[in-house]
Design a protein around this ligand. Structure first.
Ligand SMILES: [Zn+2]
Ligand SMILES: [Zn+2]
Length: 259
């Protein structure tokens, strides 16, 4: 199983040298089978970042959605229409926590997808929708994922969650934070039990409060930082993450062997 970062940038990256933080999880089949691929988040950049990896929308079996910001869902209209019209109706499993599905359709996708062809009036016209109950997680190609609601945007009125993933392959476990505030109380047990941590990390002078900032992450225990890779960063000069005890910043198109 291999995880490749199509991009490692923030929502606002300008595509000059990086794309938004979407990932491709790919099986390594033993015989002559084609690999199966799951796209983890499908942002507005996806048609460009995936093209750079040599992938088309019909190369995916599934897409997982962590939350409804456009760097995570802004490419779904493209994926839906391209697969429907260009790639012979190829269908992708749309895997997402149940509570995201109605707002995903009503507030993000309906305007562009509701009227495209006879009978195409809902999400299931384009995708095989798999509604997750986060407490049950889900299985994909022999891999089990725990789905972890992680506070992302916290206001007085409400909290927007992003659904982080904790994956268990045969050989390795990994924690993928997606987008989350710095929340060591909530995340420390996952940090400790993961073999490898993929952590969203804000850089620069502004602390937005919706992502963990590098200056916060650097305070984590050395044993946690020693297995932590950083992504979802802005295009500021990077600190020397290795000198600070991290594995480093993930580069665009970097892959990880997950066993
Ligand atoms: Zn994001
Ligand atoms: Zn977000």
């Amino acid at each position: 199983m291999k995880l490749t970062f199509a991009g490692t940038g923030s929502a606002f990256c300008m595509a000059a040298d990086n794309f938004q933080s979407n990932m491709v999880l790919e099986t390594t089949p033993s015989d002559n089978q084609q690999p199966k691929r799951m796209l983890i988040d499908c942002g507005s950049d996806a048609r460009h970042s995936l093209r750079n990896l040599g992938l088309l929308p019909n190369d995916f079996e599934s897409v997982y959605i962590s939350h409804l910001h456009s760097d995570h869902i802004g490419g779904l209209e493209w994926m839906a229409l391209a697969n429907y019209f260009v790639f012979d109706g190829h269908r992708v499993n749309l895997v997402a926590p149940r509570e995201l599905l109605e707002p995903l359709w009503e507030h993000s996708l309906r305007g562009g997808l509701e009227t495209s062809d006879h009978g195409n009036s809902q999400l299931s016209s384009y995708f095989d929708v798999i509604a997750l109950e986060p407490e049950n997680g889900f299985d994909w190609q022999g891999l089990h994922f725990d789905v972890i609601p992680a506070a992302h945007v916290v206001t007085e009125e409400r909290t927007m969650f992003s659904y982080a993933l904790f994956g268990h392959t045969k050989g390795k476990s990994f924690f993928l934070t997606t987008d989350a505030i710095f929340n060591p109380d909530a995340h420390m047990s996952f940090y400790h039990k993961a073999d490898i941590i993929f952590q969203d990390c804000e850089l620069g002078p502004r602390h937005s409060g919706v992502h963990a900032h590098y200056e916060q992450l650097v305070t984590l225990p050395a044993a946690v930082k020693a297995k932590m890779w950083l992504y979802h960063y802005q295009a500021y000069d990077k600190p020397d993450a290795k000198a600070d005890g991290f594995c480093g910043f993930i580069s665009p198109e970097q892959s990880f062997d997950l066993g």
